[in-house]
Design a protein around this ligand. Structure first.
Ligand code: ARG
Length: 589
């Protein structure tokens, strides 16, 4: 069980009084509050082991003493006990009930607004004329959820799609485009046959000297701003973007053309990057190249590892664009934070970029620069996910397959669904399943792409949560009453004359009350999986509640309304939680 922040807020004044008596400073005991290690022991625990030194007593005795001293003041809202050096506290049903009635009336379900900051969220970032791979899918899905969470928390999230649209490969890509003819090339790219286009260009480049030399001159023309070359380059970019946009729209993510901030956009800033690095005294020359030594990294021979800013041939690097990017995000966009949702293999790159940017004064320690890294996508055999032919998987095909498979499972569950409704639900379930499987895996870990698992109606999956939500919607359809009225007069969980809440009602209520703390934690650590785990625990405690407690067939109307109110919050938390992950919760399934 997780800590209920609001419960700790209520506990603190009581503990503070006692701790003052024991002469333990606030800074010592306050941070000790944590979740109970054993769920049955309570909601919150205060481990007393580290107090033994100050109080010169064994932790067990300290815990007993504290428990005795707080007991009376907590009595109205919590129970307290002590076990092996821990003070364990459980919220009483009355306290939970009060929280539930607050959540019922709050459209934000208890989630507060933060002091609004500006974040640049750098995500998706596929490369032009190359297939978007599953890593880009992961970045797109995780980044999009982070944007939604930050916005819900009251921040401004600026979406930045740092597409790879510049650099030496564009020489060969443009020459290949000319060889094919513009129209044919555009068609090939527009239908998303990006990989074969890239491969054809590449194979000519390595086997055909004349082509290679044309390609090199083309790069020079491109970098020199040659108009006709730029026009051809634009075709490559536009056609690729058309394909990427199709994937975005299938996924239902927020990215639009407005968010494109590709590498090419920073070209003009690059000479300035050099100048500023030189002014700050950290630019050095090494074998004709201009480099910076961030310090702290060595190559295989143990020599300090440089970050190459400008190659000996005058070309700039990926790192140079990223430095320009930081200048732009700090000075033009006035960001407080920048998040890079990029795979773990680029860890060193970002560490070095952040280090150099700080040294050069492009950003300060007040800026929150975070590499929101993530693991690889593997197939069920533990290898990097590929298509059956061993090629890079086309995301478009993958998403279509998700919808098709979802249609099959839905037909099994509910054969009455037809036409557009059936298709919309299949889309919500199929795309939701792909997104959720990705988000619910702790992002730094590798994630196994497993159709069976992600589309299952059991376990920590999107369909499981969506189904719980739809089931509640159907309860409300059957009931036919006014949901608003349930929210306004929530009978307390414990009411004289009605039977007390069951174990299942209380467990569900506790989890519902935890929702705001968890959403906050998920948003501030850029970790959607924490929210997923909690939504799953809500849905599974709802399932046992539903199994064990009758709702509409219950005779006592007080109980009916109390249980319907719990259903109301459950559905809303599921919908909101899925919503901040960009997943739709259909009302019927
Ligand atoms: N295009 C890069 C890739 O495919 C990712 C770019 C990430 N963003 C950044 N600012 N470096 O690996």
């Amino acid at each position: 069980m997780i800590i209920i922040r609001e419960l700790i807020d209520d506990l603190k004044p009581v503990f503070s009084k006692v701790m003052k008596k024991l002469e333990v400073p606030d800074t010592t005991w306050e941070p000790l509050f944590g979740k109970s290690t054993v769920e049955d022991h309570g909601d919150v625990a205060l481990p007393c082991h580290s107090l033994a030194g100050i109080l010169r007593k064994p932790p067990g005795e300290i815990a007993n003493q504290i428990a005795e001293l707080v007991f009376q003041d907590l009595e109205s809202f919590a129970t307290v006990s002590s076990i092996s050096g821990f003070v364990n506290i459980s919220a009483k049903p009355e306290w939970i009930s009060r929280r539930i009635s607050q959540l019922l009336l709050d459209t934000r379900l208890g989630v507060g607004l933060d002091e609004g900051k500006i974040f640049a969220v750098d995500y998706s970032a596929p490369n032009v004329a190359k297939e978007m791979h599953v890593g880009h899918l992961r970045s797109t899905v995780i980044g999009d959820s982070i944007v939604r969470m930050l916005e819900f928390k009251g921040h401004r999230a600026i979406r930045e799609n740092h597409v790879g649209d510049w650099g030496t490969p564009f020489g060969m890509l443009i020459e290949h485009l000319l060889d094919l003819g513009e129209d044919r090339a555009a068609t090939e790219l527009g239908v998303g046959d990006l990989d074969s286009f890239y491969k054809q260009a590449r194979s000519k480049f390595v086997s055909d000297d004349e082509f290679a030399s044309r390609s090199r001159s083309r790069v020079v023309l491109l970098q020199g701003g040659h108009e006709e070359t730029l026009r051809l380059w634009r075709i490559l970019v536009d056609e690729s973007m058309r394909y990427f946009n199709e994937v975005y729209s299938m996924l239902g993510v927020l990215l639009t053309d407005e968010d494109i901030m590709g590498e090419s956009r920073y070209q003009e800033l690059l000479p300035e990057v050099i100048e500023r690095l030189r002014d700050s005294g950290i630019l050095e020359e090494s074998e004709g190249a201009e480099v910076v030594f961030p310090g702290g990294w060595v190559n295989r021979d143990g020599e300090p590892l440089p970050m190459i800013i400008r190659k000996a041939d005058g070309g700039y690097n990926y790192s140079t664009s990223d430095l320009a990017c930081i200048i732009d995000r700090v000075e033009r966009l006035r960001c407080d934070g920048f998040l890079y949702v990029v795979g773990t293999p680029q860890k060193q790159h970002f560490e070095m970029v952040f280090q150099v940017a700080k040294k050069a004064g492009f950003m300060s320690d007040d800026h929150q620069a975070v590499h929101v890294n993530f693991g690889s996508v593997l197939d069920t055999d533990g290898k990097v996910l590929k298509s059956r032919e061993g090629e890079v998987i086309k995301l478009h095909d993958l998403l279509e397959e998700a919808i098709r498979r979802a249609e099959e499972t839905i037909d099994e569950k509910n054969p009455n669904l037809q036409g557009k409704e059936r298709h919309d639900i299949a889309r919500a379930v199929g795309i939701g399943a792909v997104k959720y499987a990705d988000l619910s895996t702790e992002r730094t870990k590798d994630y196994v792409f497993d159709w069976e698992r992600m589309l299952s109606f059991e376990g920590n999956t999107a369909p499981y949560l969506q189904y719980a939500h739809a089931r509640i919607c159907s309860i409300f359809r059957k009931w036919g009453g006014d949901r608003e009225s349930l929210r306004e007069n929530f009978g307390p969980l414990v009411e004289e004359g009605s039977s007390p809440p069951t174990k299942e009602e209380l467990t569900l209520a506790r989890r519902l009350v935890e929702f705001p703390s968890i959403l906050d934690d998920s948003a501030s650590t850029f970790s959607p999986h924490k929210l997923c785990r909690h939504l799953h625990s809500i849905a599974s405690s709802f399932a046992s509640f539903y199994e064990n407690c009758s709702i509409l067939n219950e005779e006592d109307v007080v109980i009916v309304r109390r249980r319907l109110a719990l259903c109301d919050i459950t559905a809303r938390e599921l919908q909101l939680g899925l919503g901040v992950m960009g997943i739709i919760a259909p009302e019927r399934m």
